[in-house]
Design a protein around this ligand. Sequence first.
Ligand SMILES: NC(=O)c1ccc[n+]([C@@H]2O[C@H](COP(=O)([O-])OP(=O)(O)OC[C@H]3O[C@@H](n4cnc5c(N)ncnc54)[C@H](OP(=O)(O)O)[C@@H]3O)[C@@H](O)[C@H]2O)c1
Length: 264
Amino acid sequence: MDLKLKGKTAFISGSTSGIGFATAKLLLQEGVKVIINGRHQKGVSEIVDKLQKLVPDGMVKGIAADFSKSTEVDFLLEELPLVDILINNVGFFTSQSFYEATDEDWYKQIEVNVMSGVRLSRHFLPKMIRSNWGRILFVSSECATLVPSDLIAYSTSKAALLAISRGLSQMTTGTGVTVNTIIPGSTLTEGAISFLNGVAEKENKTRGEVEGEFFRKVRTSSLLERFASVEEIANTITYYSSPLSAATNGAVIKLDGGSMGGII
Ligand SMILES: NC(=O)c1ccc[n+]([C@@H]2O[C@H](COP(=O)([O-])OP(=O)(O)OC[C@H]3O[C@@H](n4cnc5c(N)ncnc54)[C@H](OP(=O)(O)O)[C@@H]3O)[C@@H](O)[C@H]2O)c1
């Protein structure tokens, strides 16, 4: 299938590893010029080199900016060229008791997970509407509706993205711009692998056993009963970044392995 992505330009927030990195690689393979991002210049440069080796014909650049620092976001917005595809991917969680989470803990998760997409979309959406084409994707999480009790702030930030994305999509009426939300379930990133390996070592189990227990005891609603790979998430993000997905706007696309339940 030709996704008709050749020649487009994409910015992916938080893309030196995990889902963002896998998406950057796939978009590059599809002929998209990709701008990646992470907090530190050294890490960003290393990943630009890595992607360049993986996709020798690809056009990849990187801009370091920490989304928890508004001055760095201002710098990023000045540096970024016009993009056709904006993937609001950056996000982090702090697992903690509701009673112990401080205002600061809440603000930081809102700032990075929510305001990153607000600031980038405010910058790019009017330009996309003027050019009559664009794709904005927000990367939420199954936690938006599962709301694990140690992740209330994170889940709140991920639920907020659904309203922002839907609201922005309503501003695209009659144009070639779409705004959608992708909802990954538990995904096997480098971070997840090292967490599972750590638990396995501590409890003298294999990683497979720890993974199995997670789905038997914690993510019991999963129909997939395994972690999704970053490539599985990136495949879907890439499709919804493409012109082929024009009929989907204001939608929530679940890649949760069925964990969120519901019939739509
Ligand atoms: N993994 C999952 O199971 C899962 C499930 C559902 C939803 N999600 C969502 O999917 C998205 C990607 O998650 P992931 O697990 O793939 O992430 P990840 O592997 O933890 O990677 C995080 C990326 O974000 C960058 N980053 C972190 N904080 C940043 C900040 N303040 N400013 C700029 N960049 C920052 C990191 O770069 P540096 O370290 O180089 O700064 C890295 O490139 C997130 O929004 C997450 O909430 C993930």
